[in-house]
Design a protein around this ligand. Structure first.
Ligand SMILES: Nc1ncnc2c1ncn2[C@@H]1O[C@H](COP(=O)(O)OP(=O)(O)O)[C@@H](O)[C@H]1O
Ligand SMILES: [Mg+2]
Length: 270
């Protein structure tokens, strides 16, 4: 155990687009550092426009991509030392992803309940106290659904909002300490977005799960986050308490984002 849940230390990622010799280097993430404390669950937003490096950074936190330089540690473990299938499974128990398009996260030909049972089997070591039906039903209840509602149904039979809830329930089956959600509401009907971001608050408050909320949407970030970082072209330009930063942005880019975020909606808190 470590006092820190997540440490991102001077992380950079450079891609080479085109051939190795002739290609152009793209610095997607530049020297980013932040920390999440253990035992103090929070919603931490990574904010920036399209192309600012948010997905690249979240993929490194999920250990899907490796940094070009810098270090990431989760629960004191350097992600670069995670090599075996067993190490990877142990990491996935603790850190779970939620992606932008829930329809892409599920195989369209596979029934949702079967998916959840498969996930439960995979992570059963985490929590063997419940029978599969009970465990899956419990996870679905945490997101406002039930096994009865999704039983025998295929992904396309649910709305985007419902399916994103199922994706969150699936993540909960692993019993994670951190959820990394990359633009989780941007493909969801505006009217349902708030219920999903409210769900993140419930996960934080009732289950003690920290959430990294990646978004280009200042309004939901303002509403839901405890702390934020604002990224521009791979670099963090401003960071701190969400409301303090968004109410009085100091950096010109943050001010510009805030001005673009339609102040009347913003003031109404959505
Ligand atoms: N696999 C890749 N190969 C080359 N360039 C990439 C790759 N992934 C991302 N990039 C580039 O890195 C930059 C940041 O992208 P990304 O992390 O997806 O930003 P965001 O999620 O904020 O939109 C962009 O210029 C993007 O084109
Ligand atoms: Mg992205």
């Amino acid at each position: 155990m470590s006092d820190l849940l997540l440490e991102v230390c001077q992380v950079s990622k450079t891609f080479i687009r085109g051939g190795v010799l002739t290609g152009r280097r793209v610095a997607a993430v530049k020297d980013v550092s932040f920390r999440l404390a253990a035992g103090r669950p929070e919603i931490f937003a990574i904010i920036g426009e399209s192309g600012s490096g948010k997905t690249t950074l979240s993929r490194m936190i999920l250990n899907i991509d490796t940094p070009t330089s810098g270090k990431l540690r989760f629960d004191g473990v350097d992600l670069a030392t995670i090599r075996t299938a067993g190490d990877r499974l142990a990491f996935m128990h603790k850190v779970q992803p939620i992606f932008q398009n829930p329809f892409e996260s599920f195989n369209p030909l596979k029934r949702i309940d079967r998916y959840l049972f498969m996930t439960h089997r995979r992570f059963i070591a985490a929590d063997g106290r419940l029978a599969p039906e009970m465990a899956v039903d419990e996870a679905l209840h945490k997101v406002g659904l039930s096994l009865k509602e999704v039983s025998r149904r295929y992904p396309h039979e649910l709305s985007g909002g419902q399916l994103q809830r199922v994706a969150i329930a699936r993540a909960l089956l692993a019993n994670p300490k951190l959820i990394v959600a990359d633009e989780p509401v941007s493909m969801i009907d505006a009217s349902l977005r708030i219920s999903i971001v409210n769900l993140f608050k419930t996960l934080r408050d009732d289950l003690g799960i920290s959430i990294i909320y990646v978004t280009h949407d200042l309004a939901t970030a303002y509403y839901v986050s405890d702390r934020i970082i604002i990224m521009q072209q791979g670099s963090v330009v401003e960071s701190g308490d969400a409301r303090a930063v968004l109410n009085a942005p100091q950096h010109p880019y943050s001010r510009q984002l805030r001005e673009a975020a339609l102040l009347p909606d913003f003031a109404a808190g959505l």
